[in-house]
Design a binder for this molecule. Sequence first.
Ligand code: SAM
Length: 313
Amino acid sequence: MIKLILIPQTSQIFRSPQFQKKTLNTNTENDLNEVNYLRALNESGYALRLAWKHLDVRKLIEVSVINGNFKYHPELAKAFISKIDNLCNSALQDSLIYKELNFFFKKLLENNNLEDSLTLENSERIKYRAKQVEQMLENTKPTNLLDVGCGDGAITNEVMNTLGLSASNVIGLEILPRSEAVKSFNVQMYDGKVFPLPDNSQDLITIFSVLHHADNPEDLIKESFRVLKPNASVLVREFDVCTPELQIFNLVMDHMYYFVYLPYPEMPIPGNYLSEKEWTDTFLNVGFVLDRSINTEPNNPYKPIMMKFKKPK
Ligand SMILES: C[S@@+](CC[C@H](N)C(=O)[O-])C[C@H]1O[C@@H](n2cnc3c(N)ncnc32)[C@H](O)[C@@H]1O
């Protein structure tokens, strides 16, 4: 077993300073030596192939394939995993592997009529998220909602209905327009940095799976603090990325989602994957107070967390 210290300056992918401090336990049998690893981080052109050779990271990828899109179809999960294995044993660069996987995934969907089960899984996920919001709020009723990085707006819409808010009191902010967006509330495009909203105006902010996609997550946290009313809350969903293995896993899976499954290649993937403690510290440094934090799905390999921070009175 060798301990590998990642050199921060060489990494174009992981911009977070916290990443510098992490060390990686790697195993020579995994054929993942220091040179390879740094190359993967540096160029990202071979990150998937190298991740696949690392047994712990590979296990995480396999679990997420089995529990994700193919939850109700274990035989298809097996076929997809075997395709990844095949491609990772070739000399192809990641970009070509993702292209091939996208083609294979589309064929699997078509040949097995999977659209319905994906739609069902998506609607379960949306309902689950809205329920979580309700639980985290513990009977408090916000009068308005700002959803930062609302994506297609499906979760925002469900949260709006669950909390009994009218559409005129809901705003979504985005940097990328979505053709398939839910149109029931106002979505504003903005520069990704400064919220187009007055100080002390918002009762509840949600930021779900957005911060690790933001070029500078701290901008969004500071802006949330500025526009929230005193004593109001921001709810944040992120992953507790507390080991380098989980960093590589997240990097690979973000590419898998946005190049293979959805696909949505415009999605920024700056790789800001922080641990729960690092996220918490970043919010506390801006002036927030931690209200509560829950590990929402203990068996999920991403280790999702839902955190609630309050702006002090
Ligand atoms: C993984 S999606 C999450 C969408 C939605 N919140 C959900 O939970 O389904 C991340 C979203 O963050 C958006 N995003 C990235 N950087 C952003 C920024 N600086 N400000 C607002 N949204 C941003 C992306 O365009 C993308 O729609």
